[in-house]
Design a protein around this ligand. Structure first.
Ligand code: ATP
Ligand code: FE
Length: 355
């Protein structure tokens, strides 16, 4: 089974071809990502119009490269999968429309995907992450704990009540003048910093459930930074390290709550982490300690599959094909991109979140 995946929901123009072998394993034949950081650098954040234009300019060549590197012509594909939301609609439109055109031209099924499902299943490309598992999804726009029961069957246990984890890394980077991409910059700056220099808050520590909150941390970091008149390199490193430690500690503390909720119901104690923040070593170490202390197994994809990529979209498409979830072609050709699209209903009463 060969699937082309197209991803354009934010500021990465990405395309990949994967092969799903009959035994259920995944071979990533190509994974082309064109990161747009430089296009947005002057504006201090992602500008939707610029992102959409950059996707238009680069998607065709990115797909051509993915096809060439994989050595799989369009006529050997089983399907085309593309992100249909959530994300910046202009960008999603570019990817979805291009995927529709390829599907029509080569008479292939089109599988529109929720970008978050791509993240949710991404670990299964490289790890033996059998269902069910507890998913900690930590990306630029989302921070959620989800009970992943099977393909398409997700129950949300917790979500952020304010900022997303990746967003808090990005804002901290901006505040410290570190530039983009925020997460990796903060991680690099934190090297050699003292994580115990600033006593940052433990958000929601007294609260039951497993929701997250990052806005208090952001405020505390801003205070710490503005209290120092002309910060030295060491000051910046200490603030970055203290923030990173506090963020990782918060993620682990809330994940522990979810483990308590799901154990014993989940049966197998498996924690899967996905999304850009899962690339962070401090976060991974903290979660590794949590898992070791509670006899859970931790699975995290390699960094390049944590941040946005086409392979995870192609893979999620393959998972849907195998699960018999290919939509009717008449339903997908007219499909519009979605800015908002929650992945999972909340466990109490199916209330849909902001997702
Ligand atoms: P979403 O998936 O919620 O729509 P997104 O697609 O923009 O958002 P991802 O590409 O999954 O998010 O992840 C990007 C985020 O991950 C950014 O906020 C970035 O700062 C963060 N990130 C990437 N690498 C690291 C790292 N090493 N440490 C911390 N954060 C990181
Ligand atoms: Fe993402």
């Amino acid at each position: 089974l060969f699937v082309l995946g197209v991803e354009t929901s934010c500021d990465d123009t990405a395309a990949a071809i994967i092969r799903r072998r009959p035994d259920g394993s995944c071979q990533i034949l190509s994974n082309e990502v064109w990161a747009q950081h430089e296009d947005h650098a002057a504006f201090g954040g992602v500008v939707p119009e610029i992102a959409a234009r950059s996707h238009v300019e680069r998607l065709d060549s990115t797909i051509e490269k993915a096809v060439a590197v994989a050595g799989i012509a369009f006529d050997r594909l089983s399907a085309v999968a593309a992100t249909a939301g959530p994300g910046l609609v202009g960008g999603v439109m570019v990817g979805l429309t291009t995927a529709k055109a390829i599907a029509l031209a080569h008479d292939l099924p089109l599988i529109p995907l929720n970008h978050l499902e791509g993240h949710a299943l991404s670990a299964r490309m490289t790890e033996p992450a059998a269902f069910p598992y507890l998913l900690l999804l930590i990306s630029g726009g989302h921070t959620q704990l989800i009970h992943v029961k099977s393909v398409g069957d997700y129950v949300r246990l917790g979500t952020t009540i304010d900022d997303a984890a990746g967003e808090s890394f990005d804002k901290t980077a901006k505040l410290l003048g570190l530039g983009a991409p925020g997460g990796p910059m903060v991680e690099a700056a934190a090297t050699g910093g003292r994580a115990d220099r600033f006593d940052l808050p433990r958000p929601l520590a007294q609260r039951d459930g497993c929701d997250f909150s990052f806005s208090g941390l952001k405020t505390a970091v801003r205070e710490a930074a503005t209290n120092i008149e002309s910060p030295s390199g060491q000051d910046v490193a200490d603030i970055a390290a203290s923030f990173q430690h506090a963020a990782a500690r918060h993620l682990a503390q809330r994940t522990q709550k979810a483990m308590e909720i799901l154990d014993p119901p989940i049966g197998n104690r498996r924690l899967v982490v996905a999304g850009g923040v899962a690339a962070n070593c401090s976060v991974k170490n903290m979660l590794q300690k949590l898992c070791a202390a509670n006899s859970w197994q931790l699975m995290v994809p390699p960094p390049k599959y944590c941040t946005d990529n086409g392979a995870m979209i192609a893979w999620a498409g393959a998972e849907r094909i195998v699960a018999g979830m290919v939509p009717n072609p008449h339903d997908v050709m007219g499909l519009a991109p979605r800015a908002r699209w929650p992945l999972a209903p909340h466990k109490d009463g199916g209330k849909l979140g902001s997702g």
